[in-house]
Design a protein. Structure first.
Length: 374
C-alpha cells in the first residue's frame, strides 16, 4: 500500500469516526435506523394481509332436506366461512346489503329430489362484489368446496373426464405474509436509508459545520465515503433485524443463499444512502431534504417496485419507469432467494442493476458535493 493510499484510508476512517460520534449524540438517527423499520414491518406485515378467513356467509336453504343440510355442513366445515342467520333468498340479499354477510348460498326447493333423480341441481351464490379481490377469493373457495362435495356424492356432479392434480409451489397455504414481507422489507430499507443521510447531512449544512470540512485537506470522495460507511453499517443491521423479524414473527422461510441476501442488501443500501446524500447536497435544508427524500424513496418503492402490484400488470409507461427503481430489483431478489431458493445465478441481473444504480448515484453525489457553501 502506497503512502497516498494510506492517507486516503486514514482520512476516510477519520470522517467515519466523526460521523459515528454524530450518530451517538443524535438518538433520532438510531430511531430511524433501528426502531422505525421494526415498528413499520410489524404494522405493514399484519395490516397488509390479503388472507380472508371466517367470511360471513348466509345459507338460504329452500329445500330443508338432508342433502341441503349436508351441503351446508360441507361449506362451513372448511372453516373459511362463518354462518350468518338467514331464511330465504330475500333475507339473504338483505343481509348482503346491510354488510352483515359477504356471500349467500341459495339452495332451491327440490334440491334433494333432483339429486335423487340423477340430475344436476344448481345452487346460487350471491357475492358482495364491491371488493373485487375478496369476491374472487370467495368464489374460488366456494367452487372448490362444491367440487369436492360433488365428487364425494354420486349424482351430485358429473365426474370430469380428465383429473388434474394441482400442486402449489413455495407458498402452498397461499399466505399473503410470505409474499408481502420481502417486499415490505425492501420498502422500509429504502425509506430509512434515504432519510438517514438526507436528514443528518442536511443538518450539517444548516449548522455550518461543512465549513470546517472545506477548510481541511479532505477530498470530496473521502468525505462521501466517510459519511456513508457508518450509515451503511446501520443499514446492514436494519436488514438483519427485518429479516430476523420476518422469519420469526411471520414464519417467512429462507430457502436460498443467506449471503446473497446480504450482498443484494448491501448494494441496495449503498445506492439508497447515496441517493439520500445527493438529496441533502441539493437541498441543504432538513425540511426540504425530508420531503424530497421521502418523495423520491417512498412513492417509487411502494408503487413501482412490484411490492403490491405485479409489474406485468402495470401500463407500459409505468413498466418503463420501474427500470430505474432500485427497490424493484431488491424485491425480486428477496422473494426469489427467500421463497424459491437459489443463489447468485438466479439474481445475477438484479445484483448487476443494483450495482449500476449505486455507482451512478454515488458518482452524482460526489460530483455535486462542491467545496463551497454557495
Amino acid at each position: 500500500m502506497t503512502s497516498r493510499q494510506g492517507r486516503f484510508l486514514r482520512r476516510v476512517a477519520a470522517m467515519a469516526a466523526k460521523e459515528v460520534l454524530h450518530i451517538r449524540r443524535d438518538p433520532r438517527t438510531l430511531y430511524i435506523a433501528l426502531a422505525l423499520p421494526v415498528i413499520m414491518l410489524l404494522l405493514l406485515g399484519f395490516g397488509l394481509s390479503f388472507d380472508i378467513e371466517r367470511i360471513p356467509l348466509v345459507v338460504a336453504d329452500g329445500d330443508r332436506s338432508a342433502a341441503s343440510r349436508e351441503l351446508a355442513r360441507a361449506v362451513f366445515g372448511s372453516r373459511d366461512f362463518a354462518a350468518v342467520a338467514g331464511s330465504d333468498a330475500r333475507a339473504a340479499q338483505t343481509e348482503l346489503r346491510r354488510g352483515q354477510a359477504m356471500a349467500a348460498l341459495v339452495i332451491p326447493a327440490g334440491f334433494a329430489r333432483e339429486l335423487d333423480a340423477g340430475r344436476d341441481s344448481p345452487v346460487q351464490l350471491l357475492v358482495d362484489g364491491s371488493d373485487g379481490n375478496t369476491a374472487r377469493q370467495i368464489m374460488g373457495k366456494i367452487d372448490a368446496i362444491l367440487r369436492a362435495h360433488g365428487g364425494s356424492r354420486a349424482g351430485f356432479a358429473d365426474s370430469p373426464p380428465l383429473a388434474v392434480k394441482v400442486s402449489t409451489l413455495w407458498n402452498p397455504a397461499s399466505r399473503s405474509a410470505l409474499f408481502m414481507v420481502p417486499g415490505v422489507a425492501a420498502y422500509l430499507l429504502a425509506i430509512a436509508a434515504v432519510l438517514l443521510t438526507a436528514l443528518t447531512i442536511a443538518a450539517e449544512w444548516e449548522r455550518g459545520s461543512m465549513e470546517q470540512l472545506f477548510a481541511s485537506p479532505v477530498g470530496r470522495l473521502e468525505i462521501v465515503l466517510g459519511k456513508l460507511l457508518p450509515y451503511l453499517a446501520l443499514g446492514m443491521l436494519q436488514l438483519l433485524l427485518v429479516i430476523s423479524l420476518g422469519t420469526t414473527v411471520f414464519d417467512v422461510p429462507i430457502h436460498g443463499s443467506l449471503p446473497m441476501i446480504f450482498v443484494a442488501g448491501l448494494l441496495f443500501l449503498t445506492g439508497m444512502l447515496g441517493q439520500g446524500l445527493l438529496v441533502s447536497v441539493l437541498a441543504r435544508n432538513q425540511l426540504v431534504a425530508t420531503q424530497a427524500g421521502a418523495l423520491s424513496s417512498l412513492v417509487p418503492s411502494l408503487l413501482l417496485s412490484g411490492m403490491l402490484v405485479p409489474i406485468e400488470n402495470m401500463p407500459w409507461i409505468l413498466q418503463a419507469l420501474t427500470v430505474v427503481v432500485p427497490a424493484r430489483y431488491l424485491v425480486h431478489a428477496l422473494r426469489t432467494l427467500m421463497l424459491k431458493g437459489g443463489g447468485f445465478q438466479v439474481i445475477a441481473l438484479d445484483l448487476l442493476a443494483l450495482l449500476a444504480f449505486a455507482v451512478v448515484i454515488l458518482a452524482l453525489a460526489t460530483l455535486r458535493f462542491k467545496r463551497r457553501l454557495a
